[in-house]
Every structure is written in structure tokens, then in C-alpha cells.
Design a protein around this ligand. Sequence first.
Ligand SMILES: Cc1cc2nc3c(=O)[nH]c(=O)nc-3n(C[C@H](O)[C@H](O)[C@H](O)COP(=O)(O)O)c2cc1C
Length: 201
Amino acid sequence: MQLEPTTANVLDAYHLLTGVVTPRPIAWVTTISPAGVVNLAPFSFFNVFGANPPVVVFSPTNKRDGSKKDTLLNVQATGEFVVNVSVADLAEKVNLTSRELPPDQSEIELAGLHTTPSLKVKPPRVAEAPASLECRVLQIVPVGTGAIAANLVIGEVVMIHVADEMLDAHGRPDPRKLRTVARLGSDFWCHTSDLFEQKRP
Ligand SMILES: Cc1cc2nc3c(=O)[nH]c(=O)nc-3n(C[C@H](O)[C@H](O)[C@H](O)COP(=O)(O)O)c2cc1C
């Protein structure tokens, strides 16, 4: 099959894109509203794009009705967010926090999670997550308008936390210990347990 996005239904394009660009890592993002409510939601339109300075990008797209998600409103208002890693033991809770709650209710309580203060930014970390990245917004780039249009939130990582027990002998995160999960097409997710090694040429 073939599809030309400019003439296609947005949802059809969305399902093809998210089925083809896989697996996608899942940023589990904490933000804080101007009223002080901690918000938590997963975003698989996410990755790391450089290390000097360390930079990550995620995209809270517009809702189906074209309005903005709480996470986007919070980063626009405060300029800060925390990316917590999504790992196998927390996968169900990660999914649960994608539920749309009113802005005055926190997904943290909904999922029975706890927070711990960040060192450099106001939004807290998810205490249960074995790694977190404290970020300050460099730029927010809206791309398009209407349903599922992107809003690229470009953030500089100002503090990196990794639980010591997740590290290998060289002090680097060991994928066999961290056990991140990722998003595939439809409602499929994957574990990162089927690993193989290749040395760089
Ligand atoms: C695994 C997973 C990945 C998701 N990725 C995205 C994403 O990249 N962008 C997005 O806008 N919504 C994504 N969602 C949906 C949001 O998590 C959902 O809309 C959430 O309610 C947004 O929360 P907020 O309104 O508090 O910001 C994803 C949901 C799940 C379960």
C-alpha cells in the first residue's frame, strides 16, 4: 500500500507512521502547573539529539479537538520538565498515566506513585523510576495546526540521575538492568530483553 499524507486522513497517516517508526522510547514526563499541580504523562515521540549540550526532544501533539495537552501548557508556562525512564516493572503505571485528567488532578496519585525533588528544576522526579533527566526548555516549535499536529519541545538536560544498581562495571547504564520498554504500532509495546552486541567498525 501507499499513502500520500497531504491528501490522506490524519488518523490514517498517524497509524501508518507510528506502526513504521518503531520501537519508540517512552519519555515519562513530569511537569508542574502554575498552580503547583504535578502532571505526569508518557510520550513516545521522543529521543535524544546531542550531548554538547545534552538535548532531548519530545512532542505533546495537539489533542483530537486541536487543543493543547496539559504537559505542553505546563512547559510553555514554566520552561521546565523531567523525563523519567519507562521500564518493564512500571509499564502498567506508565500506560495508566496516559489517561486524560482535569488539570487540577495529578496522575501521580492515580497511579499510586511517589515523587522526589529534582535538584535544578521545579518539576519533581518519579521516585520509582530508576533514571531521570532534569530539563530546561530551549525552544518549543509548533509544526502544523489542528488534530495531532506536533509541538516539538526541545530541552537541555541540566541534571542526569541514574540509580547506581542500574550501572555496569564502567559506570554506564546496563540495558540488562535498566530494562526499558518501548512503543510499537497499534497497542503493542516491547521489552528490551532480546539483546545482541555489535562492535562499531
Ligand atoms: C506509551 C504512550 C506514548 C504516548 N506518546 C504520546 C506522544 O508522543 N505525544 C502525545 O501527544 N501523546 C502521547 N501519548 C498520549 C498522552 O500520554 C496522553 O494524551 C496524555 O493524556 C497527555 O497528558 P497531559 O494532557 O497531562 O499532558 C502517549 C500515550 C502512551 C500510553
